[in-house]
Ligand binder design. Structure first.
Ligand SMILES: Nc1nc2c(ncn2[C@@H]2O[C@H](COP(=O)(O)O[C@H]3[C@@H](O)[C@H](n4cnc5c(=O)[nH]c(N)nc54)O[C@@H]3COP(=O)(O)O)[C@@H](O)[C@H]2O)c(=O)[nH]1
Length: 803
């Protein structure tokens, strides 16, 4: 016997269909549900399938089983899946639903169980009795489970103080399910009458089926209450969304804006009409790279949310800083369906923070860092130096001279203005990495980072003193003259802690003041003397260039095989009217530290070429003239262009000009030196590598350069004949130079033993006091003339030395 009354089931599902259809009308038409279109669409689907299913059951009743069996099953499955949007609608994931069974809203679990029951109920048309019994059991069990779940919901709601009509409805629904399940079990009793159609006849029928029918009606009402409840929740959410004080934006998974709230409109000026349907990129400020947005997206997709500062754009184009919190809303499969973004405009807060920071760490008058910030930064720098094992930090303590007089005479307002101008002048002199702070009153402190040598600090000090000794024009046309004294302490040399360095800079400042103000002093006297000498020499050198106190001396370069002078090295000399000859070793390093080397180098090159051309014109035999090129010239000037100009202007043949570049000069300019040497060579200019053996150039590297001559450094020649190692090095360099196809010249040859050794080792040329010291042009020309005379008298053949 079959337990199923297909007609009754048909009625059941037709009723469900009508109920769902009415629900669809309610949630779609009534704006208070504030529902999404998709939810309404799913309700309508649910209604359609319920009706379809009801009809299918009727057909089943009339034994039109086979043609519509597929329809019955498929409608049943579709009905089940139609509940998925209902879950989504409540914005819960499956995980949360199961968690909520324990914690909060297990009615969703009840709904799921009901669906299971629906599936079992709707599986139709089987004549297999055993299967019917099984299905009935499943229906009974699932319905009971639903009832229990609903009871649990009531309990939870009561606990959460959310009693009232919702809890009442759910209580009824729970009872209904329990009765429905119990009545289904009762159907196992064979003596009970078979089920009858539920709507038409069963209401007054005292049979079990009547009970089931009443339960079915009540279950429909329960479902209605569930949807209404969901609608209410949704309405609460919508109100909370709209009236939240935080600007909220909901986008879909493709970042297309779906909704914004009032706070968002207030804060950005964008209305829903402006933004809904458009990409979130509309809010971009242009201050962040694409990587930034990509990182946010990755973080949200990975961890579900992201928060941080972001610059965005208001409707009026204004850029503002906001704190953004983005959360991904996922569906039950774990796929992102929405992004909810909450924005808090923090522009003002940030400005306030900045202001607080400014007040705490900056001097309000000059806007310079104050003592606190200086201490902080200094501490950090000392730590960095300590870790790197370097000493590149200097502290300059500065005190204004005659500031008090200005303040007393012209008033505080003028004093303040003066301090502001002082701060500006000091700042202008410094590099970005340096820092100047105002300690208070007329005291300033400068922190110099990455100084190359101790003299750098005095150079900066001197510049600042010079700048501050120029007149200041204050408002009301007051011109005032002040000055400054500076005390310098160096990290490591004068102290390795913040306190000691500050204290020693302060003591040095007092020394500077004692020495008559308007000057600097290091904490250690020897440094002060050396630095002041240097600065004085620099000033004198500038004057010397202007007053043409520089001249070029020429030191002969001799062919070892023939003993003839085949070239000369041009060496600059400074003849000071008072001090006499000042050697280049004293002033070239100073010139290199300043831009003076460019001026001096150009002058020496021009002077040498002019001299060489003059000698050629006046009948001296052609010899090579070698000019030193400083590594700093290589860095800062276009030597190639300069050489071309000078050669063209003087008429001196390029083949007779040799440029000497030190090994370290090549190594320091590796990036562009090859290109430069190539272009010099293509002009026909000869190239020599100076001071060879003192640097660290690799042979393979050297081989790649278009060189002509290799000059062995004097220190190796000095070793001859005293040091076996030194001699071996000299011999090796000669052999190596020849292997590379270069001529080898030995520098600083002073003794016949050295010369003999070099001859024995087939060194090509030499230069040294044994032949001659560097000579003024006139004396060098005389030397050349006497060599010519000797050659004529002794009929000595000209050197076979080939360039
Ligand atoms: N960039 C430029 N540098 C130049 C220029 N003129 C000179 N210099 C460099 O100055 C350094 C010192 O030069 P100087 O005092 O002229 O000394 C040179 C010779 O006088 C000296 N020398 C030569 N033979 C001997 C000797 O037998 N004994 C001895 N004690 N000294 C000797 O060697 C110096 C030449 O060196 P180098 O240039 O390496 O060949 C010096 O580094 C010059 O380069 C200039 O115009 N520009």
């Amino acid at each position: 016997m079959s337990f199923w009354n297909f007609q009754a089931l048909g009625y059941d599902f037709l009723v469900y269909g009508v109920v769902f259809f009415m629900l669809f009308i309610i949630v779609y038409m009534l704006p208070k549900y504030n529902t999404t279109w998709s939810f309404a669409a799913h309700l309508s689907l649910l209604a359609s399938f319920s009706i379809l299913h009801g009809m299918a059951e009727f057909f089943e009743m009339q034994r039109l089983k086979n043609p519509i069996e597929w329809l019955t099953w498929s409608s049943c499955i579709l009905m089940l899946t139609s509940y998925v949007p209902l879950l989504e609608f409540t914005r819960r994931t499956w995980n949360e639903i199961f968690r909520s069974f324990r914690l909060s809203e297990p009615w969703m679990f009840g709904t799921a169980s009901l669906m299971l029951a629906g599936l079992a109920l709707s599986s139709s048309a089987s004549v297999d009795e055993l299967l019917d019994v099984l299905r009935l059991f499943v229906v009974a069990f699932a319905t009971l489970l639903s009832g229990i779940a609903l009871f649990a919901t009531v309990l939870t709601l009561t606990k959460r103080d959310r009693t009232g009509p919702k809890a009442g409805w759910l209580l009824i629904l729970g009872l209904v399910f329990v009765c429905y399940g119990a009545s289904s079990f009762m159907l196992f009793q064979p003596d009970l009458s078979p089920p009858t159609p539920f709507l038409a006849f069963s209401l007054f029928d005292p049979s079990v089926q009547s009970l089931r029918t009443v339960c079915a009606v009540l279950a429909s009402l329960g479902l209605v209450s569930l949807v209404l409840l969901a609608g209410e929740n949704c309405q609460i959410d919508a109100i909370a969304f709209e009236w939240s004080q935080k600007a909220l934006v909901i986008t879909d998974a493709n970042n297309v804006i779906l909704r914004i709230n009032n706070a968002f409109t207030e804060s950005t000026g964008f209305t829903p009409e402006d933004v809904v349907g458009r990409g979130i990129g509309l809010l971009k400020s242009g201050r962040h790279e694409d990587d930034f947005y990509q990182a946010i997206q990755e973080s949200v997709d990975r961890s579900g949310n992201w928060q941080g500062e972001i610059w965005e754009r208001r409707k009026n184009g204004e850029i503002y800083l906001s704190w953004l919190f983005v959360t991904a809303v996922k569906n039950f499969t774990g796929a992102v369906v929405y992004y909810v973004g909450m924005r808090i405009d923090i522009t003002e807060r940030k400005a306030m923070e900045e202001e607080i920071k400014r007040l705490a760490f900056y001097d309000p008058l000059t806007k310079l860092p104050n003592r606190l910030l200086l201490r902080d930064r200094l501490k950090h720098c000392i730590e960095v130096e300590r870790r790197a094992g370097q000493n590149r930090l200097a502290l300059l303590m500065l005190d204004l001279d005659r500031f008090k007089a200005v303040n007393d005479r012209l008033g505080h307002k003028a004093g303040d203005e003066l301090l502001q101008q002082v701060a500006e002048r000091i700042t202008n002199r410094l590099r970005n990495v340096d820092m100047v702070a105002r300690l208070g009153g007329d005291e300033f402190i400068v922190m110099l980072e990455n100084i190359v040598n101790p003299q750098d600090a005095s150079r900066v000090a001197e510049d600042i003193i010079r700048e501050l000794s120029k007149p200041f024009t204050l408002s009301e046309n007051h011109d005032v003259w002040i000055g400054a004294s500076i005390g310098i302490s160096l990290y490591q040399q004068h102290g390795d802690s913040l306190e000691i360095l500050m204290d020693h800079a302060d003591k040095a400042l007092y020394q500077a003041k004692d020495q008559g103000r308007g000057c600097f002093a290091y904490f250690s006297e020897d440094l002060t003397i050396a630095a002041r000498e240097r600065i004085e020499l620099e000033a004198r050198l500038r004057r010397a260039i202007q007053q043409q106190e520089l001249c070029v001396y020429y030191q002969p370069q001799v062919d070892i095989a023939s003993g003839l002078i085949v070239g000369a090295e041009a060496l600059v000399r400074w003849i000071d009217p008072n001090e006499g000859l000042i050697p280049p070793a004293r002033f070239i390093p100073i010139a290199e530290e300043t831009s003076l080397i460019e001026e001096i180098g150009e002058w020496v090159l021009r002077e040498t070429c002019n001299q060489g051309q003059y000698w050629l014109v006046t009948g001296l035999p052609p010899i090579t003239l070698a000019v030193n090129i400083s590594p700093y010239q290589l860095k800062r000037c276009d030597i190639n262009a300069l050489a071309a100009t000078v050669l063209a202007e003087s008429g001196f043949p390029a083949q007779l000009l040799e440029l000497e570049i030190t090994e370290s000069g090549i190594m320091e300019n590796q990036d562009n030196v090859m290109e430069l040497l190539d272009s010099l060579r293509s002009q026909g200019i000869r190239l020599a590598i100076d001071d060879f053996g003192t640097g660290y150039s690799s042979l393979a590297y050297l081989k790649s350069f278009p060189l002509n001559v290799l000059k062995i450094d004097k220190r190796f020649i000095d070793d001859i004949p005293y040091s076996k190692d030194g001699m071996e090095i000299a011999a090796t360099i000669i052999a190596m130079g020849h292997t590379l196809g270069l001529k080898v010249l030995a520098e600083g040859v002073e003794t016949p033993e050295q010369l003999a050794f070099l001859r024995e080792r087939h060194c090509d040329t030499y230069q040294g006091y044994i032949k001659s010291r560097p000579l003024p042009a006139k004396e060098f020309a005389n030397l050349m003339h006497s060599q010519l005379d000797d050659m004529v008298n002794k009929r000595h053949p000209l050197s076979s030395y080939q360039h």
